[in-house]
Ligand binder design. Sequence first.
Ligand SMILES: Cc1cc2nc3c(=O)[nH]c(=O)nc-3n(C[C@H](O)[C@H](O)[C@H](O)COP(=O)(O)OP(=O)(O)OC[C@H]3O[C@@H](n4cnc5c(N)ncnc54)[C@H](O)[C@@H]3O)c2cc1C
Length: 456
Amino acid sequence: MTMKPINYIDYIKKDIPVLFEADCCVCGGGTAGVPAAVTAARGGLNTIIIEKGVTTGGSQTQALVLPFMPTFTEGSDTPIITEIKDRMRGEGIEMNDGVTEFGWFNPEKLAFVYDGMLEEAGVKILYNADLIDAVTLDKKIKYVIVNTIEGLIAIKADIFIDCTGDAALSRLSGVKTESGYEKTGNNQPMSFRFEMGGIDLDRLYQYTRTINDNWCATKPPYFEIALARHRQIKYALEPIFVAGYERGELTLDDIQYFQAFTITAKTGCMSMNCPEIPVKFKATNAADLSGAIVYARKMIHRIAKFLIKNMPGFEKAYISREASMIGARESFRIIGKYQMSEKDYYERRTFDDAVAKTAWYIDAHGEKVGDYLSKGEYYEIPYRSLVTDEIDNLIVAGRCISATFILQASMRIQPTCMSLGETAGAAAAYSKKHGININVIEWDKVENDIKAYKKL
Ligand SMILES: Cc1cc2nc3c(=O)[nH]c(=O)nc-3n(C[C@H](O)[C@H](O)[C@H](O)COP(=O)(O)OP(=O)(O)OC[C@H]3O[C@@H](n4cnc5c(N)ncnc54)[C@H](O)[C@@H]3O)c2cc1C
């Protein structure tokens, strides 16, 4: 529900202290933001990253979203992804190399690895820092205004990277955005993820065999259970959840989508990719976002109680962690120089200025599921979908780049967002070094060795 303003007030002008000056300011320290900041700093830029939470990783570590979904196309992993996987291995977290399998990981270790990478690269990390405004002049962002423990502060930079997921910096600086599916107005459903501990995973696995649940090809410690009523597939778990609904233990909303993944190096724990919140709660509306949390917390407790009572292996389980950030799959998307659309997916388009490639399917949670690409097929994402006509010193990375609702449902997976962040950081360094505005760099003409994603 969109709230009508009660009134408008004058925003009182104040003197705001400029506390930091940098070559590059990355707003949002999430999935795309960390690769962006690390790459910009390694490219020689004095870089600051501002993050409203207390961990970097965003959806990966605060919204508890795992695993990395596969791009299903060889050669998509850019160097930063390979490095992150290697560093995770160095922390004792097993990670597979493939791009055709899930990239199971551990959120606490990832947050730790990210801090280390940022510090080593010399990035200034500003946690508990909420971007609230941008000061623009002559098509350039001059300052961002950030709310901190000290009150409002300003950060000056030459180049800005918007990795907020919600296109927050872009909107504050006047970039046009879109939101939701043009046919329904709905955003993709949000989820409020949680973890459960104390699960007997072997018992759960054995039970799934007795009910012929062949959904997951792997077994513990890398194991998943799921049901999704919007898909054609009939999941073995569905009758069990429907029976729970009929007994009054679950609601209809609770049983629409359920998914649980094991978590690397967290014995007996599963990460719940649910509850999926009804789409009447919009990801772009302040009151809805808050209402969604209250609604979803009730769902979490009902689902957990149901599992403990009915699901073999969960007898001694408990809620061990709740996300510190709601999981928004889609909110605001910028309208950039090139807007990607489902045509790019269906026509397997490639671009001279490509910055990433993927074959992940259109996963719009109920609105429309596109055809899968065949083995060896993929589409690419062009540089121009990361930059805008409105602002010369801004680049955008992550799930809010310029893409239609349907295409975004394919490009939003973590590895792709990480690669986009890496390119944004490399482009910032290139822009500074060559004195070229970041929004007019002809990426196809840039030397291959500075590109994260190299076309074959
Ligand atoms: C429920 C759910 C399940 C998913 N499942 C999978 C999956 O299994 N595998 C997969 O690969 N992908 C999955 N995805 C998609 C993927 O996780 C996201 O699309 C991706 O992580 C988004 O990356 P991002 O960098 O754009 O945003 P984020 O990682 O969310 O980062 C945005 C960061 O910006 C910060 N921020 C925002 N606004 C401000 C502000 N005003 N000031 C300061 N900081 C700010 C946030 O705190 C956050 O840290 C899922 C998404 C959701 C929501």
